[in-house]
Structure formats: C-alpha cells, structure tokens
Design a binder for this molecule. Structure first.
Ligand code: GLN
Length: 582
C-alpha cells in the first residue's frame, strides 16, 4: 500500500481559498528552528529562544519568535500571576506568555497575537470550523486537524523574515504537548529537512554526593523525543559547570548528535550574558552551518558592552516595590527588567526591596520604606493589599520620596490624593468599593477606542476575558511635565491592560488641590499620566511602560525614576552628613 504524499505542504495544510495569500507571503527560503525542553521546567527555554534570536540578528538575519503553549486557556489573560507569572501585552492588544517579553527585549522582532498560540486557541478555532461545517462531514481528529491548525499557526508568522524560531512550552513527555510535537515533526516533512532545525534544552545536573555530572536525564528526554520521531540537531545542556569534552562526547554518542552540537548552557550571573555565552560555545555557528545559511560574522559588541555595564555599576539605588505578587518574581518580570534597564541608563545597579502590601501593617511599612530611595506601586487586580499600597503612596507623597505608579499604582495614587489631600474622604475605585461616595476611578461605560477606532461599551456584567483596554494607545504629553522631560517628545504610544479609568468628574477638584494631569488621550478624555508638581518626582501612569523597555534602550520613565531616586539618595546622604557634623 502506498500513501500519496501531498505535492506541496502548502496545499496540504492551507485551505484552497487561503492558498494564494499564504503562498505569496511564504518565502521559500524561510528557515524554522524549533526549541523544545526536557527533564524539567524553568530551565530558561524562553531566554534561550530569545538569545538565539539575538545571535541570529547580530549576524544580519531577520527573525521572529513564536511561543506555542500546551495549556487549555485560550490565552493567559485570565490566569493567576501566582501560577503563571506576568501576562505580557503586545501592541495589538494580545495577552500573551511572559516569554514574549524576553523575545522583545532581546531582539528587534515586534510581536503580535500570532506570536503566541495555546492548545485552547487551536482547539477553539478547530471547533468553530467544525460547527460551521467546514470539515464537510469528516471526523475531526487530533491528526490531521489539530496538527494542521498548529502548522497553520506557525505559517502565520512566516513572512518578511529569514528565520522563524518557535518555542514549544512545557516539557517533553507532558501529555498535552504531544500534538505540538507531532505537528513540528510533520513540519519538517512539509517544508524539507534542509529548512528545519530542532534544538532541545535539557538539564545536566551535578550530583554533589557522587561528585559527578549526570547525563542520564538528558539521554532519557532525548529518547522520548526520538520515540515520537524527532531527532534533535543541537542540545543545549543547562549545567552549573562547563561540560568537558569527554562529557560532550558521551552525550553526543547516546543522543545521536554531533559532538560540537552539544552546547553548554552554563548558569550565568545576568540573563543578558546568555547570547555571548552561547556564542562562545559556537551555537550560532552551528545553527547556520546546519541550516546552510550564509551570513556576516556576528556583531556582539552591544551585548558585550551591556554585560560590562551591568557588572560595573558606579552607583547603587534601593527601590521598594509594594505589591501583592512580590513573592513570585515571575509575576513582575518585565517590571524587574525595566528597573534594571533604568539603572543601566544611570550607571546604577538597582536593589529591589519587595514589600507584600497585604502582609505589612502601617508601622512595619514605614520601617521598610525608611531606607529606600524610590517607591513603586505596580499594576494588579483584586482587593487584597489595596490599603497597604495606598499607605505606601501616602508615605512617598508626604515624605517626598520619588514615586512611580503603574496602572493600578496610578489609580491608587489618585485615590490616595483624593482622600488625603483633596478632602474627598472615602474616595475609592469602584473596582474595590461600588458604594464609595467619590468614585474617582470607575468603569467608563462608553469611550472612543483609538486603537480599534470604535466606540466601546462595557459594564459590570461584561465578560472578563478580552474586555479590558488592551494594547497600544496614543497619549499626548503636557508642557513642562516630568513626562515630557523624560520622553523628549509630546506624542507617545504605550501599552495598556486595565478595565477601570480615571473619572473626569473629579479632574477639576484634584487639579485644584495639586495634581497635574500631564498625559491624555488625543481626544482629552482618558487620563493617562498624573504628576504632583510639589514633589521631587511623583509620576503615575495608566499604561504599562515596562513592556516597552529594552536593555539597549531603557524606557524613558524608568530612566527618569531611577535618576530621581539617585538624587534622593544623595540628598539623604548629605542630610545625614550634616546631622553627624552638628
Ligand atoms: N485592576 C485595575 C483595572 O482593571 C488595574 C489593572 C492593572 O494594574 N493592570 O483597571
């Protein structure tokens, strides 16, 4: 019996009506790199994918990166940050996996909703087609329908680039990852073996008791991959120490890869060292050799300089982050990185002090804030810890400590000012108190959406998924503001993820008492930035600037906040010196 192979993979997986558009977008030269992970999670697959992207860009290639996540949620938007870490937001308003944040920080790739697919989204699409009768009475199955849908979603990002890097979430061996692995196995058949490379990230533990490095977990995870038909071309071995030649030879032999395709992915001090470390191990050379691509030599000077600056700061600054999710650093991934970038802009290393707003009483809070140079209240949802955050904002405002509020941080800065400086006792956001006498932050029922160019309508009963103001929105800055001084331009665009807004009914009374609105939507209706002029640096924004900060180009607001905190540190030091002198 013979199986007829489809003449061309595009005909195989693209519906007839869609063929022309996909075919014309799809350059025959596009190469695909699939990155899988083995042994255990949290080995840094996302960083590895981002670093590979950076290395290929440094050789002059145009790349994009996509993440395929095996969980059933349609997107991570409704997931608890404690479980899943931060939700990263793209310009087009997609709520995505936090690895996309790494991809954007490390590369020039601008990602969108096609850059992250989940099992839920794939099934949603297949089931919708089934309900529409598009499968013409056929039995809808994992193979080929789900796998075709997955391949289709990979092709959706395969345009205007030389290389598509696809990271498969989860660990090889998980049940839910199987359709993705099957799809990428088939993909090689479809596009030709010369166009596909499989990279597997695995763990090579050092067992103290035996004084030895162990390769068995790696052997097993590669065996598992090979059982489903994928032979990895390159192994990235996460270890504490460099692997010796002997060990590499052993792994190569057992896993059926070339010896120089066994790469040590050694633990590093800073995540920004990874591209240079991979390069020294010969990873990018091996990738282009295997994919048969000709490129210029890599230019890694920017990355080397960056690492040098990170390791040799001239100053230190202490910043308190007062939030609910501080126990889990993954929940504030982009924020933490943006603060590091803000430090880089000022040749400073940033010490972060995490304060759990739901656990500290007012006195403890004051103690913990006594020796910080700046206070930041980040975004968040839910009532827990709200009063702690408001107390921290009050402390920053009254003690003239540089303050940066982000999203919920801005909303609470408005609440705090309304209550304690504008005489609106009991003011609140209706997210936390629907009966407040002064709803200074509320659900705007109708507003003009500059991104979709439509009037949006919503109320308390709107469904939770996808009903927020999401993605990039334009904002105009006021003259003589901290914001304008930081951005050096009057028109900016920043990413949002929130449901509630500043209530314009209270703009006048707040302004009269000392708040300045310095960032507004182009129609003047949505308040995007507030400042308190009678303060060294007090700025709060409705958007999430952290999503657009890069190590090579730190976000202006983070740069300005850290600068203000450094100045504060100097002021305090001088005050102390004088006190000792007396
Ligand atoms: N919970 C607030 C809102 O929905 C703030 C959200 C956030 O900080 N991202 O508007």
């Amino acid at each position: 019996m013979t199986f007829a192979r489809p003449p061309c993979y595009i005909h195989y997986i693209v519906k007839k009506s869609e063929q022309t558009s996909t075919e014309s977008r799809m350059s025959p030269k596009i190469k695909f790199i699939f990155i899988t992970g083995g042994v255990l999670s949290s080995l840094g697959k996302g960083l590895a994918a981002a670093s590979i992207g950076a290395l290929l860009e440094s050789r002059g290639l145009r790349i994009t990166i996509q993440k395929l996540d095996p969980y059933i949620n349609v997107d991570p938007g409704t997931m608890n940050p404690f479980q899943h870490g931060e939700v990263f937001v793209t310009d087009d308003g997609a709520e995505t996996d936090l690895d996309l944040g790494h991809y954007e920080r490390y590369t020039r790739a601008r990602l969108d909703r096609n850059s992250n697919y989940t099992t839920g989204r794939i099934y949603y699409s297949v089931i919708t087609k089934e309900r529409r009768g598009e499968y013409l009475g056929g039995t809808v199955q994992v193979i080929p329908h789900i796998t075709d849908e997955i391949k289709q979603s990979i092709l959706a990002v395969a345009h205007d680039v030389d290389v598509v890097i696809v990271e498969i979430g989860g660990t090889v061996g998980d049940i839910e990852g199987l359709p993705f692995l099957e799809a990428i196995r088939q993909f090689k058949q479809d596009v030709g073996k010369e166009n596909v490379l499989y990279i597997h990230l695995t763990y090579v533990p050092y067992i103290k008791a035996a004084g030895e490095v162990k390769t068995k977990p790696t052997q097993h995870s590669v065996k598992e991959l090979r059982e489903i038909g994928i032979q990895p071309d390159i192994l990235l071995c996460r270890t504490e120490q460099f692997l010796t030649g002997d060990l590499k030879a052993k792994i190569a032999l057992f896993c059926n890869v070339e010896e120089d395709a066994v790469i040590t992915a050694k633990d590093v001090e800073s995540i920004y060292e990874v591209p240079c470390v991979f390069h020294k191990e010969g990873l990018d050379d091996k990738i282009i050799e295997k994919l048969n691509i000709w490129t210029r030599a890599p230019r890694l000077k920017d990355w080397e300089d960056l690492v040098h600056r990170l390791k040799h700061p001239e100053f230190t600054v202490r910043i308190a982050i007062v939030g609910k999710y501080v126990g889990l650093k993954e929940s504030y991934k982009s924020l933490n990185e943006a603060l590091v970038h803000g430090g880089l802009a000022n040749r400073a290393s940033v010490d972060l002090v995490y304060i759990r707003s739901d656990e500290v009483g007012e006195d403890d809070l004051k103690d913990s804030l006594a020796d910080v140079d700046g206070i930041l209240v980040p975004g968040g949802f839910g009532a827990r810890g709200i009063e702690g955050k408001i107390a921290a904002i009050r402390y920053a405002r009254e003690n003239k400590i540089p303050f940066f509020g982000i999203c919920l941080g801005m909303q609470l800065a408005v609440v705090e000012f309304a209550r304690n400086a504008a005489g609106l006792s009991g003011a609140h956001s209706t997210e936390f108190n629907t009966q407040t006498p002064y709803p200074v932050i509320y659900l705007m029922k109708e507003w003009y959406d500059f991104r979709t160019r439509q009037v949006q309508v919503r109320d308390e009963d709107s469904q939770k998924g996808g009903t927020m103001r999401l993605g990039a929105y334009p904002c105009r800055l006021a003259n003589d503001s901290l914001a304008l001084a930081a951005y050096h331009t009057g028109e900016i665009s920043e990413r949002h993820r929130h449901r509630y807004e500043f209530n314009n009914l209270y703009r006048e009374v707040l302004e009269k008492n000392g708040v300045r609105v310095t960032g507004l939507s182009p129609d003047g209706e949505l308040v995007e930035i507030i400042e308190i002029p009678d303060h060294p640096w007090f700025l709060a924004c409705q958007f999430h600037p952290e999503f657009k900060s890069r190590p090579m180009s730190p976000h202006p607001l983070f740069g300005a906040f850290i600068k203000a905190a450094l100045e504060q540190r100097q002021v305090v030091a001088e005050r102390q010196k004088k006190a000792v002198g007396k």
